[in-house]
Write a protein that binds this ligand. Structure first.
Ligand code: SF4
Length: 382
């Protein structure tokens, strides 16, 4: 991506807080012309991500997060998922959403852990849904919520709820998000909100963000994907990308082969009906074999959707939230593609996957289509 930016002096951002101010992802700032510049590869982009903004920032302290309370630097200097999130006036943002509505596919407000997060999210959601019809997701901060508040979000017009679980096992969650220097989150409380959201919003209207590379193994990941699939909750995949100066800033990024194999295995499980038992692991929990018909696996790779961004759909069912640069830097090849990979991109994916070393003959789908995940990006089968 290339871009020319005019940044406000940092000090001027103090006092500019939600609900009257929000941060938006860099890609959103380009799409809404808050920043000039363009993506290096042109593609339709309409997923606008907002983030609440406070002078004191997020009061949680997760080991891997760019916004963590204990990470060095003032909140206004911090990046989130390694790129800048420009601060914009909420009402001006809404005016631009109206102006660009025909190109918008999905809107999302990300909460942070803060005492004002709930009323401010409700306020901003109302300003948005009274002005544009683009579907709205809320990526919620469970410590600030309860059932009544989730119902209020639904009544304000949000149609999907995301929960940033990130760490996929209780032990890992505790190590990275609970037993931390400042502000601990609770695994059980996160799941209470998952359960409440599932009850209030319904099947395939709730998603959990899951991160690859925090210290979990492949069996842990596939276990949670299967658990969420059974409950008709989407699992959305993110690749750990170390945030400089965070407590995990020096850890390596997940290897490309592991990442691609997890993307493929998740897709086969969720959307092609391959049973959980057909994925085999070694003593460390690493995925070593997939027992399935080779032609089924080859078709899934060639289809390309397995390697696209997992995200909430647009009203038409196509990919809505595609978060370019969410899991990769602008200078890198995409880890998850905001477009459908093809040609040379698929050749590279196949080379990295090394299917000859991974796939062995096995049974076909055992899960009927009605019990599979609707295509995660909402697409209809061709
Ligand atoms: S996938 Fe995108 S729109 Fe959906 S909850 Fe996550 S960040 Fe929000």
């Amino acid at each position: 991506m290339s871009a020319t930016t005019v940044e406000l002096p940092l000090t001027t951002t103090l006092g500019r807080q939600s609900p009257d101010w929000v941060r938006i992802s860099y890609a959103s700032a380009l799409a809404l012309r808050f920043r000039s510049g363009r993506f290096t590869q042109p593609f339709d982009f309409g997923g606008i991500n907002l983030l609440l903004s406070y002078d004191r920032g997020c009061l949680s302290d997760c080991g891997y997060c760019g916004l963590a309370r204990n990470r060095p630097g003032g909140y206004e200097e911090k990046s989130f998922i390694r790129v800048d999130w420009p601060l914009v006036e909420t009402d001006e943002l809404v005016r631009r959403l109206v102006r660009h509505e025909d190109k918008l596919t999905r809107l999302c407000i990300s909460m942070v852990t803060h005492g004002r997060a709930y009323p401010d999210t409700l306020d901003i959601a109302g300003r948005i849904t009274s002005s544009v019809a683009t579907p709205l997701s809320l990526l919620v901060a469970p410590p600030t919520l309860n059932e009544a508040r989730l119902r209020a979000f639904r009544d304000a017009g949000a149609d999907m709820i995301g929960i940033g679980l990130d760490a996929v096992t209780e032990d890992l969650f505790r190590a990275l998000r609970s037993d931390v220097p400042k502000g601990g989150l609770k695994w059980s409380q996160y799941w209470q909100i998952v359960d409440a959201a599932r009850a209030i919003f319904g099947a395939w209207k709730v998603n959990c963000h899951t991160l690859v590379g925090l210290g979990e193994n492949d069996a842990d990941l596939m276990g949670i994907f299967a658990r969420l699939l059974d409950r008709q909750i989407f699992a959305y995949l993110f690749c750990f990308n170390p945030e400089p100066d965070s407590r995990m800033g020096d850890l390596p990024k997940t290897s490309l082969q592991r990442w691609r194999r997890i993307q493929l295995a998740k897709f086969l499980l969720e959307e092609r009906g391959v049973a959980a038992e057909q994925f085999r692991y070694d003593d460390t929990g690493a995925l070593v074999r997939i027992h399935a018909p080779r032609e089924l696996v080859d078709e899934a790779v060639t289809d390309g959707h397995a390697f696209m961004t997992n995200g909430c759909p647009s009203s038409g069912g196509e990919p809505g939230c595609t978060r370019p640069m969410g899991s990769w830097r602008p200078t890198e090849a995409p880890r998850d593609f905001p477009w459908r990979p093809a040609g040379a991109e698929l050749d590279q994916i196949r080379a990295v996957l090394n299917l000859d070393g991974l796939v062995r003959p096995g049974p076909g789908p055992s899960r009927p289509p009605e019990l599979c995940a609707p295509p995660a990006a909402g697409r209809v089968p061709e």
